[in-house]
Design a protein around this ligand. Sequence first.
Ligand SMILES: [Zn+2]
Length: 716
Amino acid sequence: MNSTKRYLITAALPYANGLKHIGHLAGAYLPADIYVRYLRAQQREVLFVCGSDEHGTAIPIQAKKEGTTAQAIIDKYHPIIRQNFQDLLISFDIYHRTSAPIHHETASQFFKDLNDKGDLEVKESEQYYDEQAQTFLADRFIQGTCPNCGFPQAFGDQCEKCGTSLSPEQLINPVSTLSGHKPVKKATKHWYLPLDKHEAWLREWILGDHKDDWKGNVLGQCKSWLDGGLQPRAVTRDLDWGVKVPVEGAEGKVLYVWFDAPIGYISATKQYCKDHGMNADILWNDKDTKLVHFIGKDNIVFHCIIFPVMLKLHNNILPDNVPANEFVNLEGDKMSTSRNWKLEMQDYIDDFINKENGGPAMADVLRYYLTTILPENKDSEFTWKGFQDANNSELVAIFGNFVNRSFVLMHKLCNGKVPPLHATRLDAKDEQLIKDIEDAKIKIEQAIEHYKFREALFEVIDLARKGNRYMQEKEPWILAKSLESNPLNQQLIDNCLHLCLQLTANLAIFIHPFLPHTAKTLCHMMKVVDKMLEWKNGGRIKLLSVGYSLRAPELLFRKIEDSEIATQLDKLKAGARAAEEAKAKTAALLAGGKPDAAPEKADQDSPKAEIQFDDFAKIDLRVGTIKSAERIPKADKLLKLEVDMGSEVRTICSGIAAYFSPEAIIGKQVTVVANLAPRKMRGIVSNGMILMSEDQNGQLVFVNPDQAVPNGKTVN
Ligand SMILES: [Zn+2]
């Protein structure tokens, strides 16, 4: 600890397949930022790296969903997420991305080094292969029935209904989501990291060396992994999106995303050092670098077991600590993207920060509330009422109120200047306040050094609370009333306000890692430069010089109204309802709702008049598979499809060209209105219509059976 020369702080690389919610923020980024800002205030050398994780199968899956390319997905989400972090005052030194060439080089070289040294094992195994799509299938591209709960749409790696981790082999009736066909087993070769060979030192290092300084939740998870016995883990996979495996005989293979993503910390460091004329090797190779990974609990095994094995084999330093957080729930339920039960960073920014009465002070408010509920040891809960209370009864009523009263009274009773301290007239209450300031510094320091950010922030607010109580007991406004008969009372007024102002300066220093904007506002009010915020200045009552004139107080925090909270609750519930309705709509369409492929009509959502069963029975709905798809010259909305209907192949023109690329839909099973009168479109006779719906984002989706059925089967 004493030999620490520099700090290398990482926060989990967010996956660039969608927006991130406040649970992510509270899990890794906010605690990391508090810690880093504290270290910087301590004048310690620190580098804070993060960036987008842009590989893995979820990116091409999201691309498919949005009818676009994987590159377009990462190019869409990377800048949004980076901006979100900036708006919430997360102060990365670099926010990099794993699609960058320097990352591909770094990850590739890392793999090569391990492979050349013989640290990896090559094994052949049988894996599911889609003969129609001519590709091996990543776990996520295989769906089938969960052996545990019977859910028919479980994925090859996990059942999202019951949460069980699965391997594709365990699925009953597996189907490729690429073609809708049953996949076959085919031999393929992969490289493995033999974790089993490293069990002994890992056990010693985690459960021995770190048994006292790592968090209980982290140690517990590691222990259960170790006790369960470690297995060799494949570090390559058959996929065309990611870092190409840089050895012969590995065509069509990329590095598994869990292998390449943490190397992203190293490549981000390299990029930063390149930009700043520094040597990245020192940071990752020198044992005097203290490496700390901030992550959520779902990443513990990667950062405590797998990545350390990689680092050790590569002669890099190991993490000093991995202070993983648990999860934040929202209004009594787990946050969920598919159920739309979440608060995205973007939503908060739109509704509170990018508003006339918003600004960075509202970023501080979210930071404050989230810090008070950080899931440091167990899951915690975000409620809008809790958010409002934290703001109104703590930030406004305690912190803001104390600062405001001190400034107002100083202007009123001390001519707007820092009054002198009359040492001979200090009493026990004054001495106690001075001691409280000194003690607070030590308590806050100790809590932050041990990654107890909730506790640290509590100490800051508690100090403000003590300030309020002190002023209430001293009642300088009462003393001011008897000044004529008792002029020496001015000394008591001076002492009270002198100490309150010194306390305000200390509060600026102590709140700074948590609420950086508020700290800067306080500096502005006190007419001091940001350098005053250096940690070593805290704990003392000599920060503001006597006779120094200060500005008028500014409003630090505004009150949050009941109506704002009600709006948010309505929005949350409406969002969840919309997600449910979208699901129901798709189901209803399958059962014979509106057949309509024209996107310009797709938003006519009002219910239609009731029909009799006979009317419905007139429609011949059948399942087919798209065999080919091509654009039609001069018709940018239409795709010409050849659909295999079992006994025949139909030509169908569909107005979906703006939503899907032709290559992306080949092999898809679709529902066709088979007895619709043929219609000539752009010179092509279209013989049928494809049923479509749209998801909650307004993206068109096919209405298809939840598992493959023979072409030509009727839908009824
Ligand atoms: Zn299940």
